[in-house]
Ligand binder design. Structure first.
Ligand SMILES: [Zn+2]
Length: 315
């Protein structure tokens, strides 16, 4: 499947296309996946009988890699079709962050992503957010994942929970089983007023304003609330991109690093706030309600940049 450009999403009016796209996007960034329970006793995946078979889905190969490729850091390919060399792990505990769902081993990224998360985490207390609970980033060598996520393949994406970090270190069990906060109302038409607060607005603003952040993916209801509630400086609103799901977490995406010539940039988001007609489109019934995941053909190695084979083969 070819990468979907965000700029085309809003201009489509064909409902059929909308339904298909919505279903695709719902699994794109793990709308529900961040809520999947983890386990304290993860079992290694069975060894593949024919890893070199060209029909072996790339996710089965990258999903079995438990360590990064020992090479200089480099993001290769596109956000939805690529891989990562020299991945770095975000430490599971920082002064103002904790990593969740450790059994997934997805706290890896390009060093730029690690720095970005640490910067956001350091700033969080200044806007009244105690710290970050960090969900999925990338696998040690990036690439497609066996569960959840269309993107997150380059080590340039991360999911951050919409629950502030508690004032104590979470246990391993809590990190596998705790649930994040849903800020969206049950009818998906707006945020839940019992949960939504000025602190959420300050959080989205602070995150969107950090250097290197190209996009912050949020449920359309959250974008709607921001469009309505943000006063004063609205220059960052265009970076908040409406995407189904993303009601328990937001997804940050940084741009291609300068050390990664093989990284394919995404078209920058349009500069207008995105609060007009384009946003209304997301609230038609056909579009707004989450759909069961569509079965799509898995990505094969032949669809990834050739360099991703070397990443898999590297020590
Ligand atoms: Zn995501």
């Amino acid at each position: 499947m070819r990468p979907i450009r965000v700029t085309v999403w809003h201009r489509q009016s064909l409902v059929q296309f909308a339904v298909l796209l919505t279903a695709t996007l719902a699994i794109a960034c793990g709308g529900a996946a961040a809520q999947d329970l983890g386990t304290l006793t993860p079992k290694p995946l069975p060894v593949l009988a024919h890893p070199d078979d060209p029909h072996t889905p790339a996710k089965e190969l990258f999903g079995r890699e438990t360590t990064p490729a020992a090479m200089p850091a480099r993001s290769i390919g596109y956000y939805t079709h690529g891989c990562l060399a020299g991945g770095v792990a975000l430490p599971i505990n920082g002064p103002t962050w904790q990593v969740m769902r450790l059994s997934r081993n997805r706290n890896w990224g390009h060093p730029n992503l690690i720095r970005t998360i640490e910067r956001i985490a350091n700033k969080a207390p200044s806007i009244g957010w105690n710290g970050l609970l960090v969900g999925d980033m990338a696998q040690p060598r990036g690439g497609p994942m066996i569960t959840g996520h269309w993107s997150h393949q380059l080590g340039l994406d991360a999911d951050i929970w919409l629950t502030p970090m508690p004032n104590r270190e979470l246990t391993r069990k809590e990190r596998e089983e705790m649930m994040a906060t849903n800020v969206v109302a049950d009818d998906w038409m707006d945020v839940n007023p019992k949960v939504w607060s000025p602190t959420y607005i300050a959080l989205y603003k602070m995150v969107a304003q950090q250097p290197g952040i190209e996009r912050v993916l949020a449920n359309p209801a959250i974008k709607k609330a921001l469009c309505r509630d943000v006063k004063g400086d609205r220059s960052w609103l265009h970076k908040i991109r409406p995407v189904p799901g993303h009601n328990y977490h937001f997804h940050i995406r940084i741009g291609c690093p300068s050390d990664s010539p093989g990284c394919k940039s995404q078209t920058p988001p349009p500069h207008d706030e995105g609060c007009g007609k384009d946003l209304d489109w997301w609230f038609s019934k056909a579009v707004r309600e989450p759909k069961p995941p569509v079965k799509s053909k898995p990505i094969l190695m032949s669809a990834l940049p050739a360099a991703c084979r070397q990443i898999l083969a590297a020590p």
